[in-house]
Design a protein around this ligand. Structure first.
Ligand SMILES: [Zn+2]
Length: 146
C-alpha cells in the first residue's frame, strides 16, 4: 500500500467510497466525477501506477490481472442491463494519456444513449444530483451483479 495514494486508501477503507463489488484482489466503486450515471472504477487492491509497472511472468500478478478483467466484464454486463445502450471500458496509463490517479484502474462507463449519441469523455459530465441518486445507482449495479 502507498499511503499517499487515494485508491490504496479507498481499498484499505480509510477513505469512503460507494462500493459496487469487492473481494481480496479487486475493488469496484463509483467514480466521484462520473462521465455517465453508473461510471465505475475497478482497481486492484495492490498498488501499481500503470501497466508499465506490472511485472511479467509473476503468477500472483497474473491472478490479480485476471480477476481485475473478470470483474470489469461483470460490471460492464451489469451496466448494460441496468441502463440499456452500451458501455465503454477505458484504461489510462500516465498523465499524457489522461490518468489523474497513479494507481492502475479500469473505467466502466455506461452509455445509455442511442447510436446517434456521441459519448462524452469529460469527467464530471454526469454528476449525481444527490447522495440518494448515487446510492440508488450503486444499488442498481449491485443488483445486476448478483
Ligand atoms: Zn495505490
Amino acid at each position: 500500500m502507498d499511503t499517499n495514494c487515494i485508491f490504496c486508501r479507498i481499498a484499505a477503507g480509510e477513505i469512503p467510497s460507494t462500493k459496487i463489488y469487492e473481494n481480496d484482489k479487486v475493488l469496484a466503486f463509483l467514480d466521484i466525477s462520473p462521465m455517465e450515471r453508473g461510471h465505475t472504477l475497478i482497481v486492484p487492491r495492490r498498488h501499481w501506477a500503470t501497466m508499465a509497472d506490472l511485472p511479467s511472468g509473476d503468477p500472483e500478478t497474473e491472478a490479480v490481472m485476471s480477476e481485475w478483467f473478470r470483474v470489469a466484464r461483470l460490471v460492464c454486463k451489469a451496466a448494460i442491463k441496468a441502463f440499456g445502450g452500451g458501455a465503454n471500458l477505458l484504461q489510462c496509463n500516465g498523465p499524457a494519456a489522461g490518468q489523474t490517479v497513479p494507481h492502475l484502474h479500469l473505467h466502466v462507463i455506461p452509455r445509455p444513449g442511442t447510436v446517434e449519441t456521441q459519448p462524452s469523455f469529460v469527467s464530471g459530465a454526469r454528476a449525481y444530483s444527490s447522495d440518494v441518486e448515487r446510492e440508488a445507482t450503486a444499488e442498481l449495479l449491485r443488483r445486476y451483479l448478483r
